[in-house]
Design a binder for this molecule. Structure first.
Ligand code: ADP
Ligand code: ASP
Ligand code: MG
Length: 413
């Protein structure tokens, strides 16, 4: 029988009523003749609570125990969903990551999926199981310990299952009815897109649009998974619902800019007065990379008397790690700087669109729009299909709304 993957996020399984609602949708797909692999998240708020408990218990926590704790939210929903489906006479079973087994690397807290053997689950489908309810976000390391895939990781579990089982489609059910031109919670004029190209979705996700985890888009692109984002709150079940994430060639008309993303979890770090000589950037960014700091934007300021300031951005929760790495390099004598300044009150705003490859003037329009709002730009980076700026966090919403207006994203191409 054809396989369908359906993923339900936290708000879609937030309580027993919502689980029952999701179960009804699953039953409809079963009645259409699919064997269904359901991926569930923890009930909304649960993972945050578990992370909070870990942090409260131990500030230098052991990542293996972090995973043991935070993966547990998904186990509850998987079991409850299987029970609900059984209640409706749908043959269903829950699967925790280790039972599949969903094999990952041992990078606890942000493990990558290495392999999903299909034989165990296929055998159960062969014996009459119609729905496999899989706890998302979790796997098992080569050492046999439970791992997690990073926040929002159930999306990636879903796409990985769709690829492994050659599913007809991977439906991501969430609390919005598709991918919008920007977060509809920030800009009420945001417009739902019927289709979005993998590359654009990848940029939007990695620049902060949390509707899909970045890694899930990467996997869908690599394995050509038909990926759809849709609402679990709407009763209508049409094949046209939601947003299809697809190849560029499937999109006929496109705006030059297709979306605006924001990330509030950015920090701007400045190393004041480092020597301006060959090899210094290699030392700084090599050290940061070895320390596992994900550097995004980089600016080297004008040099005076052989010394310069080096500015970079990284996720807020990696500031302490970056400071420690820089301090240790200074102590060891491999780096010399006067001061390190961390500005954690910034946000990153990005405009994304594959149309930028063939259109000029997008950057000028973006900067002009921000200047008219009196918003100062602190750092800029560009790539082929995106432009990102760092601004004071207090301007984040205003910047998103102003850019959405300036690029007329409320209107279709
Ligand atoms: P789930 O719990 O179902 O995984 P998430 O909270 O992770 O849901 O992701 C859905 C949220 O993503 C939406 O509620 C919305 O606020 C946010 N979001 C950010 N950018 C976008 C966008 N461009 N389109 C749609 N939703 C977006
Ligand atoms: N429950 C996990 C989280 O909140 C994984 C997910 O929902 O995708 O990050
Ligand atoms: Mg999510």
């Amino acid at each position: 029988m054809p396989v369908l993957v359906m993923k339900f996020g936290g708000t879609s399984v937030a309580n027993l009523d919502r689980i029952a609602r999701a179960a009804k949708r699953i039953a409809v797909e079963v009645s259409r003749g699919y064997d269904v692999i359901v991926i569930v998240s923890a009930m909304s708020g649960k993972t945050n609570e578990l992370v909070g408990w870990v942090n409260e218990t131990s500030n230098l926590y052991d990542a293996r125990e972090y995973d043991a704790v935070v993966s547990s939210g998904e186990n509850v929903t998987a079991g409850l969903m299987a029970l609900r489906l059984q209640q409706m006479d749908v043959p269903a079973r829950s699967w925790q990551g280790w039972q599949v087994p969903l094999k990952t690397t041992s990078a606890h807290g942000s493990a990558r999926i290495e392999e999903i053997p299909t034989d165990n689950m296929m055998a159960k489908f062969g014996e009459g199981m119609r729905v496999a309810v899989v706890a998302g976000f979790q796997g098992v390391s080569p050492e046999g310990r439970i791992t997690t895939l990073g926040r929002g990781g159930s999306d990636t579990t879903a796409v990985a299952f769709a690829a492994a089982f050659d599913a007809e489609r991977c439906d991501i059910y969430t609390d919005v009815d598709g991918v919008y031109t920007t977060d509809p919670r920030i800009e009420s004029k945001a417009r739902k897109l019927d289709k979005i190209a993998f590359e654009e979705m990848l940029e939007l996700a990695s620049l902060g649009a949390k509707v899909l985890q970045t890694r899930s888009v990467e996997l869908a692109m690599r394995y050509d998974v038909k990926l759809r984002v849709l609402s679990s709150f709407e009763d209508e079940m049409s094949d046209q619902a939601g947003t299809l994430v697809c190849g560029e060639d499937e999109i006929v008309e496109n705006n030059v800019v297709s979306g605006v993303a924001y990330s509030r979890d950015e920090a701007k770090m400045t190393l004041v007065s480092v020597a301006d000589r060959p090899g210094i950037a290699a030392t700084i960014f090599g050290t940061l990379s070895d320390a596992g700091v994900l550097v995004d934007m980089i600016v080297q300021n004008i040099s005076e008397e052989g010394r310069t300031d080096m500015t970079f951005s990284c996720p807020t929760d990696q500031v302490a790690r970056a400071e420690k790495a820089m301090f240790e390099a200074k102590e060891a004598g491999s780096l010399n700087y006067a001061e390190m300044i961390a500005d954690t009150d910034v946000a990153k705003i990005s405009v994304v669109g594959i149309g930028m490859r063939s259109h000029t003037g997008v950057a000028a329009k973006m900067f002009d729009c921000l200047s008219r709002e009196g918003i100062n730009i602190k750092v800029i980076t560009t790539s082929e299909i995106k432009i990102s700026v760092l601004v004071d966090r207090k301007y984040m919403e205003l910047a998103v709304q102003a850019l959405h207006d300036a690029f007329e994203l409320d209107k279709a191409a």
